[in-house]
Design a protein around this ligand. Structure first.
Ligand code: G1P
Length: 290
């Protein structure tokens, strides 16, 4: 089995970023020179994914427009002889085959994924959450796809977090297997209350899921926060089939949080081929003088 499709839920309101996100989707906030969502789509492309399915809601058309071909803009750039810029924009619209489905009610992440069931069909698929950016040599999604080639079962990306932060995540309890960075999942809990789990393995927004998840999502009742939680359906899937947790290689940024977003801007700026050297020097200078 091969994973060809990635579902990217982009229906969330982005209240954590108000007022910045009052009139633009949070996925369109810029990190250095492109919106956060472009990093996610580029990771999918670099990992060999063939089709991206956006789960959208009202007010999110800027995301679709960003990946579309803009005939008028292309003509203006050609007239002004801005050929390289025109090509860069056309490359974005040619990145990958894109489909959008609408989540009609904000019923939770699990419900958003379920909304994509007809477009995904009966095959394993990737889920990529737009808030989680991972900076790594090998894209995080590709690392997981390599593991999938071996195990042919569902995989969740995990990262160790301090004990006092586990309540902010889906937490995986598991046991290490021989393959490095890999665990067999025993139990999953969405946003556990402090003291209710010994595990520090937090789910980060990359999943490879078997299509059975859709039937389970349909049966999942509202969980944490009154929402249909993907983690709850995964816990049910884990009872039927093997499931793995994978500690990916790389640095993760929570771009859905103000501090995480700032850190991402700094990191992506510092590795930027044109801006990096000057930015690094500037940060050093600032740190010495502030
Ligand atoms: C979601 C998932 C959670 C996961 C997190 C990773 O939560 O429900 O299990 O740990 O993404 O970013 P959210 O951040 O949307 O509340």
């Amino acid at each position: 089995m091969k994973v060809r499709k990635a579902v990217i839920p982009v229906a969330g309101l982005g209240t954590r970023f108000l007022p910045a996100t009052k009139a633009i989707p949070k996925e369109m906030l810029t990190i250095v020179d492109r919106p956060t969502i472009q990093y996610i789509v580029e990771e999918a492309v670099a990992s060999g994914i063939e089709q991206v399915i956006f789960v959208t809601s009202a007010g999110k058309s800027a995301i679709e427009n960003h990946f579309d071909y803009d005939f008028q803009l292309d003509c203006v750039l050609k007239e002004k002889k801005k050929i390289a810029l025109g090509e860069e924009l056309n490359n974005i619209s040619n990145l990958i085959d894109l489909i959008s489905v609408r989540q009609k009610k904000p019923l939770g992440l699990g419900h958003a994924i379920w909304t994509a069931r007809h477009v995904v069909g009966d095959e394993p698929f990737m889920v990529m959450l737009g808030d989680d950016l991972v900076l790594s040599k090998t894209p995080c999604a590709k690392q997981m796809l390599d593991l999938f080639d071996e195990v042919q079962e569902s995989i969740v990306a995990v990262q160790r977090v301090p004990e006092n932060q586990t309540f902010q995540y889906g937490i995986v309890e598991g046991e290490a297997i021989e393959r490095e960075r890999t665990h067999r999942v025993k139990r999953m809990i969405e946003k556990p209350a402090p003291g209710t789990t010994d595990s520090d393995m937090a789910i980060i927004g990359r999943y490879i899921l078997m299509p059975e998840i859709f039937d389970l999502l349909e049966k999942t009742t509202p969980g944490h926060g009154g929402e249909i939680q993907l983690t709850d359906a995964l816990q049910a899937l884990g009872k039927k089939r093997e499931m793995y947790a994978y500690e990916f290689n790389g640095t993760r940024f929570d771009a859905g949080d103000k501090m995480g977003y700032l850190k991402a801007i700094l990191a992506y700026g510092m590795i930027h081929h044109k801006l990096g050297a000057e930015l690094k020097a500037h940060i050093k200078e600032l740190a010495a003088n502030l």
